[in-house]
Design a protein around this ligand. Sequence first.
Ligand SMILES: [Zn+2]
Length: 341
Amino acid sequence: MLAVLFFLIWAPLPLLTAAPQRPAPALPGSPAEVRARADRELGLDAGRLARLEQRARETLAELAPRFPGTPSRPIVVTAHRDADSLPAELREHLHEGTPGFVLLGHDEIHLLLDEIAPAPPGDLRTVLRHEMVHVLLDQFAGQRAPLVPRWLHEGLAQVLSDFTYLGTTEEGLVYVMAIGRLPRLSDLERDFPADDLQRRRAYAFARSFTAYLVRETSLETILEAVSRLDDEGFSSAWLRVTHHGLGREMEAWRDHLLNESGAPWRILFNNCFQYLMIAAVGLLAFAAIRRFDRESRIRKRLELAELAETAAAAEAAAESGARPDSSDHADHGTTDGQTPH
Ligand SMILES: [Zn+2]
């Protein structure tokens, strides 16, 4: 009722006086495009559910314009309590410790409210944006959706949600590159590694490389390549769109990461305190050893001097014991009562 009054007061006059027309298509983020529901076990009250749906609508309204033609199908956001409360058919899609996932091709976002953190990257805003990008990219690709590489999915989801998933950083990637463990794009076409460490590296790599592509070309260029995907894969589509291979982009990205991103310097500065502490501990240990040496030398000298004194005293005592002592006679004379009366 309040919404109707608000509309009547503020709606422009021409709208009120114009002849009735076909209803305008629903705007992105309207209830026709996104709807929230809660797992029955969760017991989410109507107010919290409405707020969740509102957040989902706002997220969709922000992101849909980046993917022309979306949303092409209604999106459903379902709130669950935790991983244990997920139905078995959904649990297999969840990676341990993650707060959300999507069912591509079904336009479903699933959130685990107990896993949602108060701050990024695990907060509600970031998680909703991340999962919404997956759904919108899937809808944008249409029939080509199964051909979209997983690294591009995860890369765009992280870039457009402004945060790395799993908290991985470019600084970490510099280490990974230095030890020759950088994942290959071809290994991340269909799925990400199950191993936790390798999965973190894969997310960091996907984000950094995709961010580089967005920055150096544009999101529109990437989406054009998606729209021209065929069985030959994303590399071929990229070549058709940009007229140069993805390998060249990869070399340029490596060069950027090592020489222009500042990541190696950030590693140095971030570890500066640790390096100083290690140096300080080393200096303290060195000083302590030197002091100990000096004290032990002094102690040894004193001991030697004491020994020499004792030896000299013993020698003197031995000498005095070998000949008669005149002082003995004087004492005896006194005790013999020769004192005058
Ligand atoms: Zn993702």
